[in-house]
Design a protein around this ligand. Structure first.
Ligand code: ADP
Ligand code: MG
Length: 283
């Protein structure tokens, strides 16, 4: 994968503060209420790389969707740079696990879409798209369609498309979950390069401990439902981080801390379940 070339992409570094203030989310289906996120508060500094780590169903996507503006909190609120989030906006870019590119548009058109619609990027939208194509090293595919690209390439386009609006916050929901481990590793390194160049705030959801520790300044661990943050761990590993950092003693230490918190939480959730079923084994 090529070096990231972001020569014209410096942004205003003081922007991108995210405050999640006492957010709860309840969903009701068939008259049954489910508390997906429970009274969660956290403050994320501009430019921080934060991973939200937790088991499936712990409310990670729901919390991220509150920041994106796709889900409205039942209680509490989310503020980005002191403005309450009520809907999606171009100040927040989103990357999903499924590449979600428009299949009927070329790669260049997909990336140019945001600049065309929002006008946040300065200059001609197609020139902006070309700059970002350059950044992800896919200029040769400008006129190709998404189905002609591999999964990893499509996800690079997804990231470029999100960044082409010059957002202050990048929201990523298990973006590399569908990729093979080699591609995933390259994507992680590439993302760190992009993040370093942009100085953008990143909220990255994953259920993979190694991915979280490798990428993050801070790992927030969410409990099994109802989801709440049960640990906030600063990953004090020097940057830039090459892959070799993953075999260092300090990396193992942080990995163990995360695993321990998750294990303790799984035991707690299991005990809660067995208490509910009157202590009877389900085996
Ligand atoms: P995660 O991303 O950690 O796997 P989610 O945020 O997707 O967890 O889900 C948390 C809980 O909220 C789950 O119990 C899930 O079934 C429920 N949930 C999520 N989205 C909806 C929705 N749109 N309607 C009803 N329930 C939902
Ligand atoms: Mg999810």
């Amino acid at each position: 994968m090529p070096e990231v070339n972001t020569h014209t992409m410096k942004r205003e570094l003081s922007k991108g503060e995210v405050v999640i203030d006492n957010v709860s989310v309840r969903f009701t289906s068939r008259n049954v209420e489910n508390l997906a996120v429970k009274a969660t508060s956290v403050k994320i500094k501009p430019g921080e790389f934060v991973c939200i780590l937790g088991p499936s169903g712990s409310g990670k996507s729901t919390l991220l969707n509150c920041v994106a503006g796709f889900v409205k909190p039942s209680d509490g609120c989310v503020l980005v740079d002191d403005i309450e989030i009520t809907e999606p906006g171009p100040d927040r870019g989103m990357v999903f696990q499924q590449y979600s590119l428009f299949p009927w548009q070329t790669i260049r058109e997909n990336i140019a879409m945001g600049p065309l619609v929002t006008g946040r990027a300065k200059g001609d939208p197609y020139e902006v798209a070309d700059t970002f194509l350059d950044m992800i090293g896919l200029n040769a595919y400008a006129d190709s369609y998404p189905k002609e690209l591999s999964g990893g390439m499509q996800q690079r386009v997804g990231i470029a498309r999100a960044l082409a609006n010059y957002p202050d916050v990048l929201l990523m929901d298990e973006p590399f979950g569908a990729l093979d481990s080699q591609t995933r590793l390259m994507m992680q390194q590439n993302l760190l390069d992009i993040w370093r160049e942009f100085g953008i705030t990143v909220l990255f959801v994953t259920h993979d401990v190694d991915e979280a520790v490798y990428l993050a300044d801070r790992v927030l661990i969410m409990s099994a439902g109802p989801g709440e943050i049960i640990a906030d761990i600063s990953i004090d590993i020097a940057r830039p981080r090459g892959i070799d950092v993953m075999s260092s003693p300090e990396f193992s230490q942080f990995r163990n801390v995360c695993h321990e918190k998750i294990r303790a939480e799984s035991i707690r959730a299991f005990e809660k379940q067995t208490n509910k079923s009157g202590g009877k084994s389900t085996n």
